[in-house]
Design a binder for this molecule. Structure first.
Ligand code: SIN
Length: 364
């Protein structure tokens, strides 16, 4: 055999034997992307193909990638199955584990960006949590699907392909974690799931999407320099411990709302009582006089109260119908109740000073 053919033959043997992963044989010029898989509908399976019923978080990342021929020409891929759950089951423990895995991948000089596959139900919370604790300028792109992988309408493969293309694009740097679905890119701060089944479920009601995921790659509407930094300079991931995070509970306002749930929480033994409450308020973060009175009892008992809005759009401002200054309450500003909850959880690991906590929400 000609001497020069030997290395090629060896490479072919290694590839066919499976000893060498395809990505290891990729051109060294390809950017490298780490994909962290957590489950969700993108990894979901129908009992009967085409049926409405399905189970999220079943297929592995390897299986998802096997449906994407040609992706290895876009990026060299490192995959990690961090979990395989329906995202409604995400816990603080898993959030921090995922954040640490993302931080570790971002710290690798050879990694251009990180893609996270995730259920859509809590994807906006995970994106926001990552915004609060990740420090890297490298792209982090969360994606998922509204139809399970076995559906004839499966949207996951195209979303995952676009997420990798977004993660390798230099234009994606500095925007903070991005949420990609249905050809749109959203910022972690503003994005919300707004529909149970629609493909355009993710909307950014205050600011609009930050960009589009086009066939030619991401196109941003706003420069990265205008992306809001993490409030308070972000939080130190290394010092966070899920078992000691302050407990924060969301309380819903509605017509005929009473203070039953708040008073039940106040009746708990001190060690089980939440450290804070987020009001998912009507209108501008408001509630019935009865519920407001219960929340006042809560803040007198030492719980921090944050007012957010269930409306889905707009800001919650201080001292409009509710006198926050007199009550010692905090206005959630642009954050949804669920994102306000996460910021309060992390904020309370740093301070109980109300002005300082309000500043975090103002900066968010
Ligand atoms: C989930 O959030 O895990 C289920 C729903 C979805 O991914 O769309």
């Amino acid at each position: 055999m000609k001497k020069s053919l030997r290395p090629l033959l060896l490479l072919a043997l290694l590839l066919s034997s499976g000893l060498l992963h395809a990505s290891a044989a990729d051109s060294p010029k390809l950017p490298r992307v780490a994909i962290l898989a957590t489950g969700g509908t993108i990894a979901g399976v129908q009992a009967t193909p085409g049926a409405a019923a399905y189970k999220p978080g079943v297929l592995t990342l390897d299986h998802l990638l096997s449906q994407l021929p040609g992706l290895e020409k876009v990026a060299a891929l490192d995959g990690e199955q961090v979990a395989n759950i329906a995202s409604q089951d995400i816990t603080a423990d898993l959030w921090l584990h995922l954040a640490r895995r993302a931080a570790a991948q971002l710290a690798r000089p050879e990694i251009t960006g990180v893609v996270i596959t995730h259920g859509t139900d809590t994807m906006e919370e995970t994106a926001w949590l990552l915004r609060l604790v990740l420090r890297s300028d490298k792209p982090v792109v969360l994606t998922g699907a509204m139809f399970p992988a076995t559906s004839p309408h499966a949207d996951g493969p195209a979303n995952l392909r676009s997420a990798v293309a977004t993660a390798v694009s230099p234009a994606s740097r500095g925007h903070g974690p991005l949420l990609l679905l249905n050809g749109q890119l959203h910022s972690a701060r503003d994005v919300r799931k707004t529909a149970t089944e629609a493909l355009d479920t993710f909307q950014s009601p205050n600011d609009g999407p930050v960009g589009l995921a086009t066939a030619a790659g991401p196109v941003f509407n706003v420069p990265a320099a205008t992306a809001r930094p993490a409030p308070g300079g972000g939080f130190d991931l290394a010092s966070l411990d899920a078992s000691t995070l302050p407990r924060v509970v969301i309380i819903s306002a509605h017509g005929d709302a009473d203070g039953l749930v708040v008073d039940a929480l106040l009746a708990l033994p001190a060690e089980r009582r939440p450290a804070g409450l987020v009001l998912s308020g009507v209108g501008n973060g408001n509630a019935s006089a009865t519920l407001l009175a219960a929340l006042e009892r809560a803040s007198r008992a030492g719980l921090v109260v944050v007012r957010a809005s269930r409306t889905g759009r707009g800001l919650v401002d201080r001292n409009m119908e509710v006198n926050d200054d007199a009550l010692g309450w905090i206005a959630a500003r642009a954050l949804s109740p669920q994102k306000a909850r996460l910021l309060l959880v992390l904020g309370l690991t740093r301070t109980r000073d109300l002005a300082e906590l309000q500043r975090l929400f103002d900066e968010a």
